[in-house]
Design a protein around this ligand. Sequence first.
Ligand SMILES: [Fe+2]
Length: 432
Amino acid sequence: MGAFMVLAVLVLLAVLFCLIYVSMRTARFPFVLRMTGGRKRVAVLISFAAYLAICILLYLTINAVNMVIVIVHFGGFWLLSELVFLIIRKSRGHAQAAAAHNGAASHSGIESTVNNGSASASGIAAAVHGGSASASGIAAAVHGGSASASGMAYALNTWLPGTCAIIFTIIYMTVAWYLCTHVWEKDYSFESDRLKGDLRIVQITDSHVGATFHAQRFHDYVLEINALRPDVVVVTGDFVDDDTSREDMIGSCEALGDLETTYGVYFSYGNHDKGYFSDEAKGWNNQDLCENLEKNGVTILQDESVLLDDRFYLIGRQDKSEEMRGGSRKTPQQLTESLDPDLYKIVMDHQPLEYDDEAEAGADLVLSGHTHGGQFFPFNQIGVLTRSYERSYGHERRGHTDFIVSSGIADWALIFKTGCKSEYVVVDIHGV
Ligand SMILES: [Fe+2]
């Protein structure tokens, strides 16, 4: 709870900083200054009130966490925009200084010619007359140019960076919402001499049903997956979480029951499936989940393995979070030591951890989720850098083991993904 409070305070401070920063910058907009009669403090206060109203609107429509995500992105983009326009202003300033310097040099060159020239008096007079007309033309041009330059400098200094930040944030977050709330198929293909024949595995992970879709839409994805004719479907955790309603939990289990496969549907736990809050609040418990999964023909694997068609093993690991709940989980070695070493082994492990141990234990393919693909660019590698997990997304081969981390078919409370997109995974293994 201590760490949670620290995080909450940090997030609150970040939002407050963003709101104060964008309010101060918005107060420089000409129309805001006009509206407040040029009183800067009033302009800042009115801007802050307007942004606060937008925050409340976002909170009511897309929840507090997503509101924070939008505001922090907005503040970040505005800051970035200011930096870009600062560089533009500096480079324009250098260019104008260089132009003024060249103009002065040219002017002194003319004077020198006039003073040292050996032309006739009338010729000089004509030249001076023409020169004077030309000089007035130059003055007019300089005057017009300086008005235009000062107008641009004013825009660069006041409203242009903010306007760009507002437009960019709207486009960026709309794309992020689309990437999170729509689902793509992600394909992988490997070869193995430990498998007889071919095998098509479909992985569904991190559906957190109720977050970006409800049971009915999940059923639509099930129909899409059926069209792929999978041999086996694996659900690798965070199928549901604390925010999943009882109706969605039951409906999604029924949807899994409609999957058409050769070898069945298998389920391993994630860190959210058993929930963190009270069962009363969500209206169902882990036993209800197990009953509904089993009723719909889904096999739950908790540190267990099954041999399918004498061709390959499917091993479902207990989630790492079980240790925090006072439970335990077996090591990869314990899970594979009694299995035929010559047969292909697929491991379902919600969190991408212990890659070396899993490779050493003889796993051929390890399927994980949990990371949501790193969620946000450019922070999608933070989990790897802090060693919270082995990788945030994609495929890696270590030894003879293929590791896949999926970004998940949905998300939890968040409805934005910028470092990846939502997906289900199709793995084709081509055997001998
Ligand atoms: Fe997770």
